[in-house]
Design a protein. Sequence first.
Length: 568
Amino acid sequence: MAAKKIPSADRLHSKQISESPERAPSRSMLRAVGFSDADFKKNMIGIASTWSMVTPCNMHIDALAQEAELGVNKAGGKGIIFNTITISDGISMGTEGMKYSLVSREVIADSIETVVACENLDGFVAIGGCDKNMPGCVMAMARLNRPSVFVYGGTILPGNYKGEPVDIVSVFEAVGEHANGRMTAKQLKEIETCAIPGAGSCGGMYTANTMASAIEALGLSLPNSSAQAAISKDKAKDCREAGAAVLTCIKKNILPRDIMTKKAFENAITVVTALGGSTNAVLHLLAMAYTAGVKLKLDDFTRIGKKVPVLADLKPSGAYVMNELVKIGGLPPLMKMLLDKGLLHGDCMTVTGNTIAQNLKDVKPYPKDQKVIRSFDNPKKPDGHLVVLYGNLAKEGAVAKISGNEGLSFTGKAKVFNSEEDALKAILDGTIKKGHVIVIRYEGPKGGPGMREMLAPTAAVMGKGLGQDVALITDGRFSGGSHGFVVGHITPEAQDGGLIALIKNGDEITINAKKRTMKLNVPNKEIKKRKAKWKAPKPRYTAGVLAKYAKLVSSASEGAVTDKYLDL
């Protein structure tokens, strides 16, 4: 597995390249990028920037990286900015390109690990701005186990369409409305042109804001790092303070794995549940925990969800955007509410050098007239919305997002598709009717490969007005913007011979969120006959990153990590 805990000390790693006559070539190279004699006596701190112009989520992070470098330098270290990749789910969604999305999480973790370890950096700040690069950054922090702080690039401000806030999910749902004849081409164009007004990650409690909140709850970000606008003085200040905080972690010998304990992950699950966060949090938290050597399981989400209510009225299932949470004080007041209720572990260490309880000691409550975060007496939902289902269709588990708007059970007839594209076409052309269970398979980590998000089909369902009338199940996953009666992460996946591979059109399927079950209502004798005839499809890719990913990736129920089978 990843690196064992190492004792932290001043210049523990950079000494290898900055001292002794034999390291003159190393110093000569560093002088060319701006080092002075004095800099060789300082802790070298990397700034892992996910800046890119391929997506508005990350297009401002180059400026944030410079703020973090400034914070490091002012605190007595030597900052060194380097880049890793990012991709755009919003652009690639519904295309073959989306297969690279989850893969990018592993590439990002690999690349940060590679640079920090190769260059003998003493610590680093990682700045992420979209859903995959955030867990990717944290996985690198866990692997390296060097003093480090995560910074979220911040949320986008909402667009404005006829006085109503809109975002990228609004555009996806508008596509369904247009296909249903409820929106003109002109109106669709109007929403398209105003939904994304500038830099920052998607504006609801979608995966980016969910993971930023989870990472803050873990203790790996500074307080309230997760609830700040991308373009703001607060976010620039957050970056500068994060740069200085790495030096504090070095001084106090605080390493990521000291912070990433089982109790810290329970805190993250609690916060994600209270926020009504994305199903992707399940996948990413499992992966982050595995990388940190923490035994986190699907059933931990069930256990915590039984006692933690959904308090946030945030999109996609609620009414408000992330910027409204920013306005009323961000995440700390919610965490203080949860702590006071005995739902958080207050003794968990954080990158501030203080515990969660110490960080929250002087936090003031939300304004009395706010409507974004509800009280425990009036929750959005009395228990968790992330429902882990088992049954003959999901022997290793599946994940549903049950907000309370969809009902608690659904029985319908299967309409089976072997790709997202085929399912989307059937939804838009009217093939899908009331009472259908849309089955999208061979979209799992191995089968896709890459476990694409099904935002286009789920948004089309909502846009067609079928949100209350159909269910959708898949061995793929969902965007944080997906809502409706949807079940993803079905394991075993179709490529591994899971029962989802054997479903036929017209089969009856029952999903019961209250009993936490999903079942194919077909006699065992018939299932055995189908199983005997089934053969795994040949790999869709035989070379390149997707082929390597399909060969190495673990089950979604284990976080879909690529180093599990290397753990000897």
